[in-house]
Design a protein around this ligand. Structure first.
Ligand SMILES: Cc1cc2nc3c(=O)[nH]c(=O)nc-3n(C[C@H](O)[C@H](O)[C@H](O)COP(=O)(O)OP(=O)(O)OC[C@H]3O[C@@H](n4cnc5c(N)ncnc54)[C@H](O)[C@@H]3O)c2cc1C
Length: 466
C-alpha cells in the first residue's frame, strides 16, 4: 500500500485539547480537516488503520505498476476531486476506451460493440427505455432534503427487483438492468430500495453518468493511483494526522467532546465523524445517539465488491482491436472488466469487478480456485495470452476491517422513509456527520466524500462564528 512515513514507534503525541477532532482519514475526513486547517482552526485527524485513504487504496507492485484496489476513477463533473487533485499536483489521464468492447452472454455468445453502449442486441431497446424512465423519476428527487421528495414512501417501499419485474417485460433488458445495478451499487436489485436508486442517480446527474466512461464517472484515472491525493493532503497536515489511532468511545460533556482512542483521550469542541455507517457501529456514544441515527447506521449495509488485477507484459488485447472492457452476463464470477494499464502502457493490466451474489460465491472458493475462475473468464474474453499473468492481486472489500465493504452503503428499503430526515446527516449536538454516504452530489463517490467533509467543516465554522 502507499503509506505515510509514520511508523508505530514514531507516532506523533496526541493533543489533550483541540478545537476539532476528525475521525477517519478517508477523503471525507481529510477534506474536513484541510478546510478547517486552511481557516486556521486547530484540528487533529484520528485514523484507526495504518494508512490514509480509506476505501481508496493504491499499491505499487513489481516493476512500479500502481494498482488501485478501491476507488480509482474521476469524471468531469466531479469538481471537488478534480480541484483537490489539481491543488496537490496529482495528474490524471484518460481511461483507455479505444476499440471494441465485448459483451459475453450466458450461452457463450460474444457481442462486440464500440462507443458508449451496444447499438441493438438482446433487450437493448427496452433497457434504454427503462433508463430514460429512471432519469425522469430521478429528476423529482430533492437532493438537499431527499425526505421532502413527493413519492418517498411509495418508492422506498419497493425494491429495484420488483420495480423492474413490474415495469420491464423483456427478460434480456431485465438482465442488463440487474447487471447495471450490481455494477454501480455492488448489491443485488432485490436488496436495493427504488428510492435510493433514484436518489443516487439524481445525485450523480443521471443514469449515464454512473454507467459510462467518456464524459462520465469512469472517464479518467490517477497517474500515481487515486490514493496519491489523499497522501498529499495528509502530508500537508503533517503530525495532525494520527494513524493507528482507533476511536472507541465518544462522550459529550459540558466541557466538550471526550474522544477515547486506542492511544489516549482527546477533548475537542467539535467532532467530525467521517466514517461509513459500518464503521460507526464500532464506536459507542454517551449519551447514546438519537434512535434515527442509530437505525440509519444499522440499516445501511455496505456493498459486496472485490477488485482483482491481472498484470501482463503488454496490453496485448489492444493490438487485437479490443478496449479491454467487457460486460459479462450469466453465472461467471466476473461482472465487468476494464483496461487498467498504466498511462504509458508499459505493461498491460486488466481489472475485474466481482460483486453482489457473484462476490459471495467467488470469495468462498480457495485461493487457487478464485484465481482460476478469474483467469478462465479472461481467457474466454481475450484469448490464451490471458492465461499467464506476470502478477495477480485481489482485494475483497467485505473483509477489509475498517470499512467492511464497498463501494458504499445503501440504506435498505424503508430506511430513507423512516429515518432519513433525522438519521441521514443531521448533526448530533457537537458531532457532525461526514462520509460519502452523507453527500447530496456524487453520493457514494470520492467526490461526494470530499464535499461531505467540506460541508461538515462549514457547519463547524458557522458554529464557531456564533
Ligand atoms: C472497490 C471500490 C471501488 C470504488 N470505485 C470508485 C471510483 O472509481 N470512483 C469513486 O469516486 N469512488 C469509488 N469508490 C467509492 C469511494 O472509494 C468511497 O465513496 C470514498 O472513498 C469514501 O470516502 P470516505 O472518506 O467517506 O470513507 P472511507 O474512505 O471509508 O474512510 C473512512 C476512514 O475511517 C477509518 N476508520 C474506521 N473506523 C474508525 C475508527 N473507529 N476510528 C478511526 N478511524 C476509523 C477507516 O480506516 C477509513 O480510513 C469505490 C470504492 C470501492 C471499495
Amino acid at each position: 500500500m502507499l503509506v505515510m512515513k509514520q511508523t508505530k514507534e514514531h507516532l506523533p503525541t496526541l493533543p489533550a485539547r483541540i478545537n476539532t477532532a476528525v475521525v477517519g482519514a478517508g477523503y471525507a475526513g481529510l477534506s474536513a480537516a484541510l478546510a478547517l486547517h486552511d481557516d486556521g482552526i486547530d484540528i487533529v485527524v484520528l485514523e484507526g488503520s495504518t494508512r490514509v485513504g480509506g476505501r481508496v487504496c493504491s499499491e505499487r507492485r513489481r516493476d512500479g505498476v500502481v494498482v488501485d484496489h478501491g476507488g480509482q476513477w474521476v469524471g468531469p463533473t466531479q469538481k471537488h476531486l478534480l480541484a483537490l487533485a489539481d491543488r496537490f499536483g496529482c495528474p490524471t489521464f484518460p481511461t483507455y476506451n479505444t476499440g471494441e468492447h465485448i459483451e459475453l452472454w450466458p450461452d457463450g455468445t460474444r457481442r462486440p460493440y464500440t462507443g458508449a453502449g451496444p447499438d441493438g442486441g438482446p433487450g437493448m431497446t427496452e433497457y434504454l427505455a427503462a433508463a430514460d424512465r429512471i432519469d425522469e423519476l430521478a429528476r423529482t428527487i430533492d437532493l438537499d432534503d431527499p425526505t421532502a421528495t413527493p413519492h418517498l414512501e411509495l418508492w422506498d417501499s419497493e425494491t429495484v427487483h420488483s420495480y423492474f419485474d413490474r415495469t420491464v417485460a423483456n427478460e434480456d433488458a431485465r438482465r442488463r438492468l440487474a447487471l447495471a445495478v450490481e455494477g454501480v451499487w455492488s448489491i443485488e436489485p432485490r436488496d436495493l430500495s427504488l428510492f435510493h436508486l433514484l436518489f443516487y442517480v439524481a445525485s450523480a446527474g443521471g443514469f449515464d453518468q454512473l454507467m459510462e466512461t467518456e464524459g462520465c464517472a469512469q472517464e479518467r484515472r490517477f497517474r500515481d493511483g487515486a490514493q496519491s491525493t489523499a497522501l498529499a493532503v495528509a502530508g500537508h497536515l503533517g503530525d495532525r494526522v494520527h494513524l493507528d489511532t482507533a476511536v472507541r468511545h465518544i462522550e459529550q460533556t459540558p466541557d466538550g467532546v471526550r474522544i477515547e482512542t486506542t492511544r489516549g483521550t482527546v477533548l475537542a469542541d467539535s467532532v467530525v465523524m467521517a466514517l461509513p455507517p459500518s464503521a460507526t457501529r464500532g464506536v459507542t456514544f454517551d449519551p447514546p445517539l438519537p434512535v434515527s441515527r442509530t437505525r440509519w447506521v444499522e440499516r445501511s449495509p455496505m456493498g459486496d465488491v472485490a477488485k482483482v488485477h491481472a498484470v501482463f507484459d503488454t496490453p496485448f488485447w489492444r493490438a487485437d482491436g479490443l478496449s479491454g472492457q467487457a460486460t459479462i452476463y450469466g453465472d461467471r464470477h466476473v461482472g465487468v472488466v476494464f483496461d487498467n494499464s498504466p498511462e504509458d502502457a508499459g505493461t498491460g493490466v486488466l481489472v475485474c469487478f466481482v460483486y453482489g451474489d457473484r462476490q459471495r460465491s467467488w470469495s468462498a472458493l480457495s485461493d487457487s480456485d478464485r484465481q482460476a475462475a478469474i483467469i478462465d473468464t479472461l481467457v474466454e474474453l481475450f484469448g490464451d495470452r490471458a492465461a499467464s499473468p506476470i502478477d495477480y492481486t485481489e482485494k475483497i472489500w467485505p473483509q477489509a476491517p475498517w470499512v467492511r465493504g464497498g463501494y458504499a452503503a445503501s440504506p435498505t428499503p424503508g430506511t430513507w422513509f423512516a429515518h432519513g430526515r433525522n438519521g441521514w446527516r443531521a448533526p448530533t449536538d457537537r458531532i457532525h456527520w461526514a462520509g460519502s454516504e452523507t453527500a447530496s452530489v456524487w453520493n457514494g463517490y470520492i467526490d461526494g466524500a470530499i464535499s461531505s467533509g467540506m460541508r461538515a467543516a462549514e457547519d463547524i465554522r458557522k458554529q464557531l462564528s456564533h
